[in-house]
Each structure stands twice: as structure tokens, then as C-alpha cells.
Design a protein around this ligand. Structure first.
Ligand SMILES: *Cc1c(COP(=O)(O)O)cnc(C)c1O
Length: 397
């Protein structure tokens, strides 16, 4: 059955010259659709941060940034590492960039030069940033990370945390621009833990206001699940990650409140077809042996070297001519074999859909994640640098 989410995908890269072996089609119309969809469902005064870590969850961070740069309601971007942020700057990102994790001291000066905002939660970091700011002759803007339930980075919203904020506010060369926290369970059906996290954050911001007389200029809490399910957490900013890419944070969040369209489609082509009789073993270890009188085996030039999971060996499938072609035996590093006996139209050169829609059939990132024992986020991030990202739609089309 066709999944409705793919219905509106109109752009195609299947006839782009020189793109044959494997490519990820990046539908920029879908990106804009998802952004508009989120923007329409959050508070009109809340701006958005596009979370572009891990090469934009495998979708191509620079490609997406160039589209997002034009949207007035996109305040800026978030990355995980200094190098990711620097790459965005090198390709023309003018908007603010926040680093969401710990940032190591080697890059503090360059970070200040590039106006990248680190998450901050360690006292030694305040001192080191202050020194770097003095050397640079420019201040550094930080976003204080508060731990309200992740047990990850971040100060606790308690007396000690308040002392840290006080210290940060009074550290020369350091500007406390923002404060954020991160949901641990906003993608689960029970809203209680998320309400508790929101309350902890709000109470702490109140304490800062009352005890320190400081109004944090930019407050942000929500991730994708929060954007969909917790409108009360729309503060100055929300941080959109997985939803930007048209994927859902989990099966427990609503699929109707914020309509989304998948941005990535993953394609390849058949490079070889052979016809075999019974008793022919296929791929490493011979875990599959033909039994029928006649089996047509197609070789697809894609493997785990591209980030296509080896755990799909013997259980995944691809789409060819609108039909499912099961993977035979093990997925190799650069190739895999699929059964096309029941697909007479399959020929050398035929388009092969690894993720996406073909006729009435579709394979979503979620499904392929489930089949391969992965999380949908993880599968997207795993699609690696050997796979070209080919954009369509957006301001290009
Ligand atoms: C990764 C991340 C996000 C985005 O999460 P999604 O579930 O993809 O929306 C937001 N905030 C922080 C701090 C993150 O680390």
C-alpha cells in the first residue's frame, strides 16, 4: 500500500546525468513544506532553530542551510561540533549557530571569530571562554544548558545552578544570550514527565529573574516532539530536528497535528542480472541458495560501505518497477543481490528505490530502520559521505 506521506513528492532526480550508482534525492520542496507546517502550528512569535548536526541527519547540512537561510522565521541553526558549525559558516550561513554539546577549548578563539554560540555549563569553560574573548577582543555569546531530566550535559536547576548563572552573567567577555533544556520523553504518550521538565525550566528562569535580576534573552526547550505535542513549550525558539527532514520522532507522536513530507529518497540502479537454476548459493557465507527452477538475480551496487545496513541481509527489500525485490543472502560492502524473478520488467539499468515510493509500494526510513534494528534517526545519519546528495525543488526548481 502506498503511504500517503509520499504522495506529493513531485521532484525527481532519476535522470540527472552522472548519477547512477547510489544517490540520495533531497526534496527541497518537502523541506519548505515541513518548515511551513511547523511554523504554522507553533506560536507566531516563536522562531525556529534548524538542527543540522551529523550533516543534517544525513541529508546534507549545507544544502539545507542554503534554503533555510532565506526563511525569516528561522532564527538560526544548531550543530553538535565546532567543525559542523564552521562548515556552515564557510558555505555562507549568516544566521546564528548554536553548538548543543560540550565544545573543547582548542576552538574557542575561532568560535568567537565565527560568532558561534556554544552551550555552556562548566565553570572552567566560562574562564577559558573569557580568556579567549579577551585575546580576540570580542565577546562570546553562550547558551546555558540546563538539565531538567536528561541526565546529560547541563547545570541542575538548583542553588548551585543559580550560582553558575550568576557567575556566567558576570564573566567578562561572556554574554548569556540564551538558556535551553532538552526533553527526554516528549515523544512518549505520557505527557507528565515533559510537563515536569517544562515546569522545572520555567521555575528556574523565574528564579534567575527574581534572584539575579537577569532576563534571559532567548529561552528554548522544544525539540521535534515538543513542537508537535507541547505548544506550551514554544518560548523564544524551538529546535526542529527530525521533523525538518519529514520524519517522526516516534510512533507515539501525532501524525496529523503537523503534516510532514519525507525529504530524502534513496535510489540506485540494477547493474547486472543473471538467471540461475536451483542450488546456486548467493553472497558471502552462502546463507541463501536458490531452489526454484529459475531465479533471476539482480546485483545492486550498494552496500554497508554506503551506510546501507548489513543487518538487512536476507530480510530487507528494494523496490523495482513498483514491486518488492527481496535481498538475497548477505549485504556486501559495495554490492547486494535481490530477487527479480517476479519482476519481468527489471533489466540492467532499471531504477531501484531503497527508500521512497515506487508505484503503489513504499519503503520509509522508519520501516527500514525497524527492519534493520535501527532507530530512524540513526539510519538517516548512517547514510554516509560516499552517497551523493542530489537536490531538487526549492529555489532551484
Ligand atoms: C538533537 C537535538 C535536538 C533535535 O532533536 P529532534 O528530536 O531531532 O528534534 C534538539 N535539541 C538538542 C539539545 C539536541 O541535541
Amino acid at each position: 500500500m502506498a503511504d500517503r506521506i509520499w504522495e506529493q513528492t513531485s521532484c525527481r532526480t532519476t535522470d540527472v546525468e552522472g548519477v547512477d550508482r547510489i544517490w540520495a534525492q533531497i526534496d527541497l520542496d518537502a523541506l519548505h513544506f515541513n518548515m511551513e507546517s511547523m511554523h504554522n502550528s507553533i506560536d507566531p512569535n516563536t522562531q525556529m532553530v534548524a538542527v543540522l548536526k551529523t550533516n543534517g541527519y544525513g541529508h546534507g547540512a549545507v544544502l539545507l542551510m542554503k534554503e533555510l537561510e532565506k526563511l525569516p522565521y528561522v532564527w538560526g541553526y544548531a550543530a553538535a561540533t565546532f567543525e559542523e558549525a564552521r562548515e556552515l559558516r564557510a558555505h555562507g550561513a549568516k544566521k546564528p549557530i548554536i553548538l548543543l554539546g560540550y565544545v573543547f577549548p582548542y576552538c574557542y578563539e575561532e568560535l568567537i571569530k565565527l560568532e558561534i554560540r556554544p552551550a555552556c555549563f562548566r565553570e572552567d569553560m566560562l574562564a577559558q571562554l573569557s580568556e579567549a574573548a579577551a585575546r580576540q577582543g570580542n565577546p562570546v555569546r553562550i547558551h546555558i544548558a540546563v538539565d531538567t531530566g536528561m541526565g546529560r550535559i547541563g547545570i541542575r536547576p538548583d542553588d548551585e545552578g543559580l550560582q553558575f548563572v550568576d557567575k556566567a552573567i558576570h564573566t567578562p567577555g561572556v554574554i548569556v544570550e540564551g538558556m535551553f533544556t532538552h526533553f527526554a520523553k516528549a515523544d512518549e504518550s505520557d505527557p507528565a514527565p515533559t510537563h515536569a521538565q517544562i515546569a522545572l525550566y520555567q521555575d528556574f528562569a523565574d528564579r534567575i529573574r527574581k534572584a539575579l535580576g537577569y532576563e534571559i534573552p532567548i529561552c528554548h526547550i522544544s525539540n521535534s516532539a515538543g513542537i508537535i505535542e507541547f505548544p506550551q513549550a514554544n518560548l523564544n525558539l524551538v529546535r526542529a530536528g527530525i521533523t525538518l527532514y519529514g520524519l517522526w520522532p516516534s510512533s507515539e507522536v501525532s501524525r496529523v497535528k503537523v503534516p510532514l513530507r519525507p525529504v530524502m529518497t534513496l535510489y540506485s540502479r540494477i547493474v547486472y542480472i543473471k538467471e540461475c537454476g536451483p542450488g546456486v548459493s548467493v553472497s558471502y557465507g552462502g546463507t541463501y541458495t536458490t531452489s526454484a527452477d529459475r531465479t533471476r538475480i539482480a546485483t545492486i551496487p550498494v552496500g554497508y560501505g554506503d551506510g546501507y545496513p548489513r543487518s538487512l541481509s536476507g530480510k530487507g527489500y528494494v523496490l523495482i518497477c513498483g514491486k518488492k525485490a527481496p535481498i538475497l543472502g548477505r549485504v556486501c560492502m559495495d554490492q547486494m543481490m535481490v530477487d527479480v524473478t517476479h519482476i519481468p520488467g527489471a533489466a540492467e539499468g532499471s531504477l531501484c528505490t531503497l527508500i521512497g515510493q515506487d508505484g503503489d509500494e513504499c519503503i520509509t526510513m522508519e520501516e527500514l530502520g525497524d527492519l534493520s534494528g535501527r532507530f530512524n534517526y540513526e539510519l538517516a545519519c548512517d547514510i554516509n559521505a560516499r552517497v551523493p546528495r542530489i537536490p531538487c525543488g526549492g529555489s532551484l526548481g
